[in-house]
Design a protein around this ligand. Structure first.
Ligand code: ADP
Ligand code: MG
Length: 455
């Protein structure tokens, strides 16, 4: 294969990859002189890159090269290619490798370069500003314990997992802030897994993995956010594995977050999964109604924003699965009220937030469900909300409770409150009852399915 064919391949590949990936992984490849016509070899600065490139870009390279030269049988990679006559230092930077490819002239290499890794704890996210409710109290207590005695509790590593916007990153920073506020001057390193990965690539490119490893190994508390990002990134996982072991053995604290429990993260090596389970894995559940109200109150107080109670209830009922969205609603109201100087009545709040509440599951309210069900069974709405024990009323009420559980995110407690202040065990009883009836009585299952689809 000639150099100009490789140039053509580079152009093609650059059109399919984003700039960063292209610059990091493809551009540094150096086409080596061929000994066998069908076999192409590339020089690659080091062995980490080989593993990564083979896994992620092997197919792409083979396909692209074959589309240009169909006689190509295989491609291979060689670490620190034997081009010593031309180089006198150990590593090629991507630009210099590229120069070599393009001009096929003397290849020069650069000395080890300094890299800098920035790790910063965000002062805004503290334990004080974290509202505790039933969905997050366990995670918060565990986080607080490790913050008080980093590396000295059984919770090492501590892994917190949940869906988005439920406070994982907040807790991670809270731990960092707490540790940094103590007199022991323990060193905290906070980083997202993506930043870890990007820094790792930089370190490889600059032949400075030693500095990289030392930086992380010097931490007293390593706080690594969103480890699901490591998925499928073998070399990064390998590097993290060594750092993890070194810290763990030295009794340093490791706190991780992810969007799933570790065993469900696809593409994570088993040895990491098993290590992540050594300490404590704890989840955060979406906040219940009361916690959402408490969060809204806290956030609106922080912003010195006066939102009437009924409007808080409206927001908490309509935005239920994500605290970031609750926060977004408060910010939107703040912007609105500071620009227009209009007081935030319930109607104003509904109008301002109509887009934010449109797509959430709880767009379906318990009120709507009660209306639909009472209309369908011809039972007055008031009776549904009262402690009326007439058989048809009780049956419709149970159906409405069942649908409320299926079609909204409201807690059993909130559902009960909407049906004449019944407690959660009554709601559970209703749900179980209707579930059984749906399996045994075809007309009940038809009714429920019809009602749910009409919502
Ligand atoms: P995650 O990392 O789980 O996606 P974040 O920690 O980024 O979620 O939280 C999203 C936003 O919601 C942040 O601004 C955070 O401060 C806020 N938040 C989350 N949980 C709470 C809580 N319990 N109390 C107060 N604010 C919270
Ligand atoms: Mg986060």
């Amino acid at each position: 294969m000639q150099n100009d064919s490789w140039q053509a391949a580079l152009v093609k590949i650059s059109q399919t990859l984003d700039v960063q990936r292209f610059e990091s992984w493809i551009k540094p490849l150096v086409l080596l002189p061929q000994t066998n016509p069908g076999n192409i070899s590339f020089g690659v600065p080091n062995k980490f890159m080989i593993a990564f490139i083979e896994q992620h870009y092997g197919d792409l390279l083979t396909k692209t090269l074959r589309s240009i030269d169909s006689s190509i049988e295989s491609i291979g990679f060689v670490a620190n290619p034997n081009i010593k006559a031309a180089i006198d230092e150990p590593v090629l930077t991507s630009t210099q490798a590229q120069v070599a490819v393009i001009s096929n002239k003397t290849i020069r290499a650069t000395p080890v370069q300094k890299i800098s890794i920035s790790s910063r704890v965000d002062k805004r996210f503290t334990f004080n500003s974290f509202v505790v409710g039933s969905g997050n109290e366990f995670a918060k207590s565990a986080a607080f314990s490790v913050a008080q005695s980093p590396g000295k509790t059984k919770f090492n590593p501590l892994l917190i997992y949940s869906g988005v916007g439920l406070g994982k990153t907040h807790l991670l920073h809270a731990i960092g802030n707490y540790i940094e506020s103590q007199p022991d001057k323990n060193k905290v390193v906070y980083l997202s897994s993506e930043e870890f990965y990007l820094n790792f690539i930089d370190a490889i490119k600059n032949n400075n993995t030693r500095f990289f490893t030392d930086f992380f190994r010097s931490a007293d508390a390593l706080l690594m956010d969103d480890v699901q990002f490591f998925s499928g990134k073998e070399s990064t996982q390998e590097e993290f594995f060594y750092i993890f072991n070194a810290l763990y053995q030295a009794g340093k604290q490791i706190v991780l977050t992810s969007d799933l429990p570790p065993n469900l993260i696809k593409g994570l090596q088993d040895r990491l999964i098993s290590r992540f389970h050594w300490g404590l894995c704890v989840d955060i559940q979406p906040p219940d109604f009361e916690t959402r109200i408490a969060i809204l109150k806290k956030k609106s107080e922080e912003q010195k924003l006066n939102i009437p109670e009924c409007a808080l209830v409206y927001i908490a009922e309509n935005i239920s699965s994500n605290i970031r969205l609750l926060e977004g609603a408060v910010i939107r109201l703040l912007a609105y009220s500071s620009i227009t100087k209009i007081d935030l009545s319930l109607d104003v709040v509904k109008e301002v937030l109509k887009n934010s509440t449109k797509n959430t599951k709880s767009k379906i309210t318990i009120d709507t469900i009660i209306e639909k069900v009472s209309e369908y069974y011809n039972v007055p709405v008031n009776n549904m909300r009262e402690k009326n024990r007439r058989k048809e009323v009780a049956h419709s009420r149970q159906i409405a409770m069942y649908i409320s559980k299926q079609c909204t995110d409201f807690s059993l407690k909130t559902i009960g409150l909407n049906f004449g202040g019944r407690d959660h065990s009554t709601v559970i009883h209703a749900i179980n009852n209707i579930s059984v009836l749906m399996k045994t009585n075809i007309s009940v299952s038809k009714d429920v399915n019809f009602l749910m689809s009409s919502l």
